[in-house]
Design a protein around this ligand. Structure first.
Ligand code: ATP
Ligand code: MG
Length: 424
C-alpha cells in the first residue's frame, strides 16, 4: 500500500534500517513458515509494509508468494484488513478467472522482530514497472498496451461491480504479469528443484521429490535454452521483443483498498497516480481507480509517467500536480476545483491556481505526436480513450466495464455504450 507516499520504485531495496522490532522479518532462503509448510526460496519484491518471498508449498507442491508483513501494530492492522478484502475477492471468484491475485492462506510467524502476519498468495510474474524497464522506457507497442489494459480493466470491473472494492493504490508495481518476462526465471517452468533446507545446513531434498524434479528439469531445459537465447542475444539498443511474454496480468496489493462508502483514509494513492478529487479533498469512489488506470495506460505506451510533480519555489507538490493536469487536460471546472476540503489551499475564487499563474497548454494528442512520435491517427484514438478516464469530474469517468467496450480496445462502441459526448 502507498500510505500517501511516492513510488517505492525510487529505491532499489527496502534498506537495512527497517529490520528491527516492529519492522521487517529477516528471511534466509530455506527458512520455514506456516508450521513448516512453506520454504522460502528467494525475495520477489518489497513494499513499505512487507517483503515478499518466493516460497515452495510442501503440501501442494507448488510455488507461492509469501508476503511477510512488518510486525508493528499498524502494519498488522493493515495486513488483517488486506486479508479481509482478499478473502471477499476469492469468495466471489471461486474459479480464479478474474485478473486479481488469489489469497491461498494466512498465518502469524514469530521472529526476533516480533509477530508478523503472513499472507500466502498465488505466485505471479514481473510487475508492469519491470516490464516498462525491460522495454528500456521506450513504450510498449499499442497491441501490447491494449492487451494489458484489458486485463487491468477486467480486474477493476470485477472489484468495482461485483465486490464493491476500490483498490486505491493502482500503479505499475501493483499490477503483475501472470508469468515472468524471462521464462528461465519462472521457477515452475524452469523445473529447477526447490530449495528445501538452508544451504549452510547442506541442502537436503527428499529422494522422490528430487528424482521427479530432475526429470522435470531435463524436459524444461531444452525448451528454455531456446527462448533464453532470444533474450540474451539482443543487441543493446534494439527494441526488445515481447512476442514470447504472456501479457495477461493481475492486480495485487490490497493493503490500501476499501469498500466503497467506507473510506479508510482521505490520503490514498501513490503520488503520480493520484486523482484530482483526492488532492482537492472532495471524496472519492471507484472512479479514482480509473484515473490511476489512465496514468498507467499512458506510461505503458510512452515509457514515461504522465504526471511527475515536484515542489518548487513558492508552490507545493500538490499545486505542481494540479498545474501539470491543467496544462494537459485544460482548466479544472470551477465546481470541481472549489468543491473540496482543500480547495482554498490551491485555488482562488475563480478556480485559478493561486501560486502558479502561467500554464503552458498542450493537448494530450500533441504530446503523443510531438514528444513520443505517435502517428496522428493513433495519437487521436489513444488520447480519445485516455481523455475519458482522465475526466476531472469523477462521475463523468466511464466505469471499467464501459471502458472495455471502447472502440480503442476493439469494443464495438455501440450506441448503448456511448456517453453524451459520443466517446463511449
Ligand atoms: P507497497 O509499499 O508497494 O504498497 P506492500 O508492502 O503492501 O507494498 P506489495 O505491493 O503487495 O507489498 O508487494 C511488494 C512487491 O512484491 C510487489 O511490487 C511485487 O514486486 C512483489 N509481489 C507481490 N505479490 C507478488 C506475487 N503474488 N507474486 C510475485 N511477486 C509479488
Ligand atoms: Mg505495492
Amino acid at each position: 500500500m502507498s500510505c500517501w507516499s511516492s513510488s517505492s520504485s525510487e529505491s532499489e531495496d527496502e534498506g537495512r534500517d527497517a529490520y528491527r522490532k516492529g519492522g521487517y522479518h529477516a528471511v534466509r532462503p530455506g527458512d520455514r513458515f506456516g508450521a513448516g509448510r512453506y520454504v522460502a526460496q528467494r525475495k520477489l519484491g518489497w513494499g513499505h509494509f512487507s517483503t515478499v518471498w518466493l516460497a515452495y508449498d510442501l503440501r501442494s507442491n507448488r510455488y507461492v508468494a509469501l508476503k511477510i508483513q512488518k510486525s508493528a501494530a499498524e502494519f498488522a492492522e493493515s495486513a488483517r484488513h488486506e486479508i479481509k478484502i482478499l478473502s471477499a475477492i476469492a469468495e466471489g471468484d471461486p474459479s480464479s478467472s478474474r485478473s486479481v491475485v488469489r489469497l491461498l492462506d494466512s498465518f502469524i510467524h514469530s521472529g526476533p522482530n516480533d509477530r508478523h502476519i503472513c499472507l500466502v498468495v498465488e505466485h505471479l510474474g514481473d510487475s508492469l514497472l519491470r516490464l516498462i524497464k525491460f522495454n528500456r522506457y521506450t513504450g510498449l507497442r499499442l497491441p501490447a498496451v491494449k492487451h494489458i489494459c484489458k486485463s487491468i480493466l477486467s480486474g477493476l470491473d470485477y472489484l468495482h461491480r461485483q465486490i464493491g472494492i476500490i483498490h486505491a493504490d493502482l500503479k505499475p508495481e501493483n499490477v503483475l504479469l501472470v508469468a515472468a518476462i524471462n521464462p528461465a526465471k519462472d521457477p515452475a517452468r524452469s523445473g529447477a528443484p526447490p530449495l528445501l533446507e538452508r544451504p549452510e545446513g547442506g541442502a537436503v531434498f527428499s529422494t522422490a521429490v528430487q528424482r521427479r524434479l530432475r526429470r522435470k528439469a531435463k524436459r524444461a531445459v531444452a525448451k528454455i535454452a531456446q527462448r533464453r537465447a532470444s533474450f540474451i542475444a539482443l543487441p543493446a539498443e534494439r527494441e526488445r521483443s515481447l512476442d514470447d511474454v504472456d501479457l495477461d496480468c493481475k492486480i495485487v496489493d490490497f493493503g490500501n483498498a476499501c469498500w466503497a462508502g467506507r473510506p479508510l483514509s482521505d490520503h490514498i494513492q501513490t503520488r503520480q497516480y493520484r486523482a484530482p478529487e483526492v488532492i482537492i479533498g472532495s471524496g472519492y469512489s471507484f472512479s479514482a481507480d480509473l484515473w490511476s488506470f489512465g496514468c498507467i495506460a499512458f506510461e505503458l505506451a510512452t515509457g514515461e509517467m504522465l504526471f511527475s510533480p515536484k515542489d518548487g519555489q513558492g508552490f507545493t507538490e500538490d499545486e505542481d500536480h494540479l498545474a501539470q493536469m491543467m496544462e494537459l487536460l485544460g482548466k479544472i471546472p470551477k465546481k470541481v476545483a472549489l468543491g473540496g476540503a482543500r480547495s482554498k489551499d490551491y485555488f482562488d475564487r475563480h478556480g485559478d491556481l493561486k501560486r502558479i499563474r502561467r500554464l503552458k497548454q498542450w493537448s494530450l494528442e500533441e504530446l503523443l505526436v510531438e514528444k513520443y512520435s505517435f502517428e496522428e491517427q493513433a495519437a487521436g484514438e489513444f488520447s480519445n480513450f485516455l481523455r475519458a478516464v482522465l475526466e476531472y469530474e469523477p462521475e463523468e469517468r466511464p466505469s471499467a466495464g464501459r471502458c472495455l467496450q471502447h472502440a480503442w480496445l476493439g469494443g464495438d462502441g455501440t450506441a448503448a455504450d456511448r456517453g453524451e459526448d459520443g466517446q463511449l
